[in-house]
Design a protein around this ligand. Structure first.
Ligand SMILES: O=P(O)(O)OC[C@H]1O[C@H](O[C@H]2O[C@H](CO)[C@@H](O)[C@H](O)[C@H]2O)[C@H](O)[C@@H](O)[C@@H]1O
Length: 254
């Protein structure tokens, strides 16, 4: 599905501000709204970003969702609970003020976590990120272990029947059955998104399913970062450019 819809890099250009009018806005978090940091817990939602998201959600009559690999619990801790959230790569959905729609955690994830912990304990710099539904092995601070991390994650995925999600300097094991594309499709079927034009901003390979789904539903993807073959229609250079683009479409408070 992805290969046939990839556009080559030179065809990508910046989106026009008018694209946001009438849109259902889906925003990836890390690398799209906040810059990539050394560690997952080194990231925060600053007041400027929170204010911008609130203004956008207001202007779009609530049609704004954060679609992230982060868990809903983490997104909530980061101060994003007032927005529609799709967490853990589409496995969880949370509408503001309602119970989180989430599957039960798999026993296989606890087993994978124990193996990641033992492995990382012997290799300084590796970091295990524990989520309710998945577990991540980060090697950003110890890139010399990248190949070993990949071998372990690949073996465990096979052994435990889990899906290997590749991220930025991260191997994550999780259940299959959902992705950012399926989360966008699910949200587009319900209020307040239904009937609007989906627009999804993302930076990572894991965002490609979201770009494909946005296009499939009559909207567009916006790739954040360096040009690459992608299913996105538009591109912005980096987080600052995303924030500038979004801010240009909603008025500052008096
Ligand atoms: O879908 P996203 O919102 O982009 O989340 C993807 C993963 O983001 C986080 O990891 C990445 O960002 C970290 C902080 O900048 C960085 O240290 C790490 O190297 C990146 O892979 C998060 O920790 C993961 O749980 C998300 O799946």
């Amino acid at each position: 599905m992805l290969d046939s819809s990839l556009r080559s890099a030179p065809a990508l250009f910046a989106p026009a501000p008018a694209l946001l009018t009438g849109a259902a806005l889906f925003l990836d978090f890390d690398g799209t709204l906040v810059p990539i940091a050394d560690r997952p817990d080194a990231v925060c939602v600053d007041d400027e970003l929170l204010g911008l998201l609130n203004r956008l959600a207001h202007a779009l009559d609530g049609r704004l969702a954060i679609v992230s690999g982060r868990s809903v619990a983490t997104l909530t801790d980061l101060g994003l609970a007032d927005f529609i959230l799709a967490g853990t790569h589409g496995l969880e959905i949370a509408m503001p003020g309602q119970a989180v729609e989430t599957p039960a955690p798999l026993a296989a994830i606890a087993r994978a976590r124990a193996r990641f912990d033992a492995f990382a304990g012997q290799r300084p710099g590796l970091l295990v990120e524990e989520k309710r539904l998945s577990v991540g092995l980060h090697f950003r601070q110890a890139p010399q272990w990248a190949d070993d991390c990949e071998r372990l994650a690949t073996r465990l995925a096979e052994e435990l029947g889990l899906f290997l999600q590749r991220g930025k300097m991260l191997f994550e094991l999780r259940p299959g059955g959902a992705d950012k594309g399926s989360a966008i499709a699910a949200l587009m079927r319900r209020a307040p998104m239904a009937g609007a034009i989906p627009l999804f901003f993302g930076d990572d390979a894991t965002d490609e399913e979201g770009f494909v789904m946005a296009a499939h539903l009559g909207g567009h993807g916006v790739l954040v970062g360096e040009a690459r073959p992608t299913a996105a229609r538009y591109r912005l250079e980096q987080v600052e450019a995303v924030r500038r683009y979004l801010a240009a479409s909603v008025p500052e408070p008096e």
